[in-house]
Design a protein around this ligand. Structure first.
Ligand code: UDP
Length: 229
């Protein structure tokens, strides 16, 4: 009998920081391989996986804006380009283990990747390909978390899973506060009222308005997808 899945189509948000792992390099190939293997296991079961990648491991617009005369929009475009590098790395890693993957960019870079076309992305997913959305929303002043919430709503993914380099959502920054405790369950309201920096406000609002549940710590992706409610 076919195992029953909790979700059929998931959106995985991989932050740039997660890709960096513990390395001094921008991207740790061990991390991309670990992600590719998790995704492979899930897609082989027939679950459709779309990914939105961040770029914070290479360039974060907000921290550069202002320096050397860089205006925020230019800095953000550089940040979006950084996500394309991560996306291409992830695509190559997936394909090296036999998982067909397609990068789609929010702005045209047709020599290196497909442009984002919603229907085409959905078609890829239906054919069992992993779609990696790059260049965020294509607009400065936004984040890839917002891009993840947006794409999640657009392709009707049932859940947004966040891959970060901490093991879940804490009530404080666990790197700075050793007493920070891991939260089991939290609502959008908790996130807003307790000012938990899980995602930015725009992303949270988008998830909330579209009833997208968000879950951090998806590294046991397969268990997550199989686990019953
Ligand atoms: N960015 C942007 N618009 C978007 C998505 C991203 O301008 O829709 C830029 C922004 O400068 C951001 C950078 O790309 O700092 C990298 O993305 P993000 O910081 O969200 O990556 P993450 O924190 O997930 O690594």
């Amino acid at each position: 009998p076919k195992p029953s899945f909790k979700w059929c189509r998931v959106l995985l948000k991989v932050s740039g920081e997660a890709l960096a792992g513990d390395q001094t390099q921008n991207i740790d190939p061990k991390v991309t391989m670990a992600i590719a293997r998790e995704v492979a296991a899930v897609t082989r079961l027939g679950i459709e996986v779309a990914i939105v990648v961040g770029g914070g491991n290479i360039f974060r617009g907000s921290s550069w804006a202002g320096s050397s005369g860089l205006d925020r929009s230019s800095a953000d475009y550089i940040g979006m380009l950084a996500t394309v590098m991560n996306a291409m790395f992830l695509q190559a890693t997936m394909e090296s283990i036999g998982i067909p993957a397609r990068v789609q960019t929010a702005f045209r870079m047709s020599e290196v990747a497909e442009p984002y076309i919603r229907r085409r992305a959905v078609r890829h997913l239906e054919k069992g390909r992993v779609v990696i959305f790059a260049a965020g929303t294509g607009n400065p002043f936004f984040t890839t978390d917002t891009a993840a919430a947006l794409r999640c709503a657009e392709i009707n993914a049932e859940v947004m899973l966040k891959a970060t380099n901490v093991d879940g959502v804490y009530d404080d920054n666990p790197r700075h506060n050793p007493n920070a405790s891991l939260l089991d369950c939290l609502t959008f309201q908790d996130v807003l009222s307790r000012d938990l920096s899980v995602m930015d406000m725009t992303a949270i609002t988008l998830c909330q308005e579209n009833n997208i549940p968000g879950i951090a710590k998806p590294f046991n992706l397969i268990d997550r997808c199989l686990q019953s409610e």
